[in-house]
Design a protein around this ligand. Structure first.
Ligand SMILES: Nc1ncnc2c1ncn2[C@@H]1O[C@H](COP(=O)(O)OP(=O)(O)OP(=O)(O)O)[C@@H](O)[C@H]1O
Length: 355
């Protein structure tokens, strides 16, 4: 080194978007070093673009936000109400919570949602498994144990959200499913060979043929960015995992995706794109949509999954609706010589593979 060549002073790294303010974070999706203000802007703007490009909402619509009190739905409620104001979407927003009856988990997270109701000025409706089905998850777990309890919870929650949405008379339900959730579900559906669900799990809007459509404004939003946003904005959310969720298979898929993301952040978006581009062979038998003969809810079987599971619980035979090849619908089918012979590809072990 020459005597007069002094090492350059390295000042604070500047945000690579505005090039003015100091960079305080590395954006997980792109690894760009950016400032807090630019992070808020790109985060919110990307969600706005997704909403506009996919025409998720129409002016004047009533929208229920599925609010669990967790980070995703809390950020969704906050960002949707901000965007609604800023861009004049003209939406009537509501918070809709399902109380599964899990002591030490949902009761605490619902307290968070009640605070969010005041913080964001969004009316809240709570529907409970106890009122709808006569059972809390605590009671179900007491009867069936920890194995398969997610099946009950997932199936009941799906229907409970629809029923709550009907009570609120909303046009659509928006949920906080994020890009990581969707990539994980693509992978799980491939691993299980679940073609029907693989075909629809990447759709940003689902259930348009059912009672109330659902949409996922966070389809392309990374979980790490949601956590960062909630942290910097100091949003009030509940961060404990469900005490009854020992779903190891899903856990492995989640870890695998996190490992891929560490090496290559784009992996999450690429898995979603792969899921979107799968083509279902025309010879694959798909379930036909009908209505449950018992409760009138959408179902591809004689009875919907919730009624089958409930019947099992009430008869003291909780395994009745679990699994693929056995179960009440098959008994019903046999009894009534229902249309057929097609093996059901609807009844899977994990209740949350469908959004
Ligand atoms: N009990 C509930 N009541 C209302 N909506 C719910 C409930 N549980 C889940 N949801 C909706 O489904 C989405 C995905 O739920 P999931 O159980 O995968 O939780 P998550 O990914 O941890 O999301 P969150 O951080 O919002 O809890 C949530 O973001 C929310 O919109």
């Amino acid at each position: 080194m020459e005597a007069d060549a002094k090492p350059k002073k390295s000042g604070p790294r500047l945000c690579c978007i505005c090039t003015k303010r100091r960079a305080v974070l590395k954006r997980p999706k792109t690894l760009e070093q950016i400032c807090r203000e630019c992070f808020y802007e790109v985060f919110e703007e990307e969600i706005h673009q997704v909403i506009v490009e996919n025409q998720l909402f129409k002016p004047g619509e009533r929208i229920a936000i599925g609010a669990s009190g967790g980070k995703d739905s809390t950020v969704l409620a906050y960002v949707l109400s901000e965007l609604n104001r800023r861009h004049n979407y003209g939406l009537d927003l509501f918070l809709l919570s399902v109380d599964e009856g899990i002591t030490g988990y949902r009761d605490d997270s619902l307290e968070t949602v009640k605070r969010n109701e005041l913080q964001y000025g969004l009316p809240l409706k709570i529907v409970s498994y106890k009122d709808l089905y006569g059972w809390t998850m605590d009671e179900i777990v007491k009867m069936i144990g920890l194995k398969n309890n997610c099946t009950f919870c997932g199936v009941f929650r799906r229907q409970a959200l629809d029923r709550g949405a009907a009570l609120l008379k909303v046009d659509k339900v928006a949920t906080g499913h994020n890009a990581d959730d969707i990539a994980e579900t693509v992978l799980l559906n491939i691993l299980r060979g679940d073609i029907a669900r693989l075909g629809r799990c990447t759709s940003i809007t689902t259930g348009e043929d059912g009672p109330i459509p659902r949409c996922k404004p966070f389809k392309y939003t990374y979980e790490k960015e949601i956590v960062m946003y909630a942290y910097f904005k100091k949003l009030d959310y509940f961060s404990t995992e469900c005490i009854y969720s020992p779903n190891a298979y899903r856990g492995f898929a989640r870890e695998f995706i996190k490992d891929l993301e560490r090496i290559r952040p784009r992996a999450i978006l690429d898995i979603i794109t792969s899921g979107e581009n799968f083509r279902i062979s025309t010879s694959t038998k798909m379930p036909e949509q009908g209505t449950c003969e018992r409760c009138g809810y959408i179902s591809s079987q004689k009875w919907c999954k919730a009624c089958v599971l409930l019947e099992g619980l009430n008869r003291g035979l909780p395994k009745l609706g679990i699994g693929r090849s056995r179960g009440l619908n098959n008994d019903i089918k046999k009894d009534t010589k229902q249309a057929g012979g097609t093996k059901s590809i609807e009844s899977k072990q994990c209740g949350s593979l469908d959004f």
